[in-house]
Design a protein around this ligand. Sequence first.
Ligand code: PEP
Length: 256
Amino acid sequence: MRRYLVAGNWKMNGSRQANAALVEKTVAGLARCSDVEVLVCPPAVYLESVGQAVRGTPVRLGAQNLSDRDAPGAFTGEVHGAMLREMQCEYVIVGHSERRALYGETDEVVARKFRAAQSLGLTPILCVGETLAQREANETEAVLERQLEAVVQLCEVAALARAVVAYEPVWAIGTGRTATPQQAQEAHAFLRAQVASRDARIAAALRVLYGGSVNSGNAAALFAGPDVDGGLIGGASLKADEFLSICAAAQAQVTR
Ligand code: PEP
C-alpha cells in the first residue's frame, strides 16, 4: 500500500493561541485519514508547544530548517539538529525555495543540511523546483537534476532511502497558480527516474511530494499522479478544514 505523506509548512506564521486551535481541530478531524501520514512544521519557537499538543496523536512534528553545522556552538541565530531531536521532531524541511532565494542557500549548503539532518536521525524533506523563467527556458529537468545531484554527490544515493523529496515549482508556491496534474506527474517521474538510474529499489520506495498552492479543490487530481506520494502544503495548512480536506484527498487515493 502506498504511504501518502501530507506535510503542513506553517512558514513564519502562528501564535500560541492560533497553533493550539489549529492542532486541536486538525487532530480531531484526522480520524478518517488513518492511512495517511500527517506532519506539521511550525516555526522553531513553537516546536515545543506544538510537539506537546500532538504527542499521543497521529500527527508528526517537523521543523522548517536546521543548521548545516556538525556541532552546536558559536552560530548566533542557528538551530542545531540535535535541538530539533530534543523537541521530538522527526522531519525537517531542507532547501525550501524561500531559503534558497531569500537566504542564499546554495545546492551545497542544502546538501550539508540534508546530511546534518540524517546524521541526527531526522528525515530530511528535500525541496527542489524550478523558477518560472527556468521552466519557460526548458530548464526544468536540468534544475531538478542539479538540485538532487548535489545531495547524491555529498551523501550517496543510499541516503535517499531515509529521505523525502518535495517537488515545488517556485512559480506555484504561494501564488495560487498550481502545476497541472500532468506537469507535476512529469516532474515527479523525472525525479524518480533520476534516482532509479542509480538504485531502482530506493527510487520505487522514495516518497515524492508535490508542493505549490495545493488546496482542497486541486489535491485529488494532483495526488492521483502515479508518482505523487502526497503534498507539502503551505497556506492551506493554516486552515484546519482545508488541510483536512487535503489529507482526505490523499486517503481517498489509498482506499480507491
Ligand atoms: C510551501 O510553502 O512549501 C508551499 C507549497 O506553499 P503554498 O502551499 O502556500 O503554495
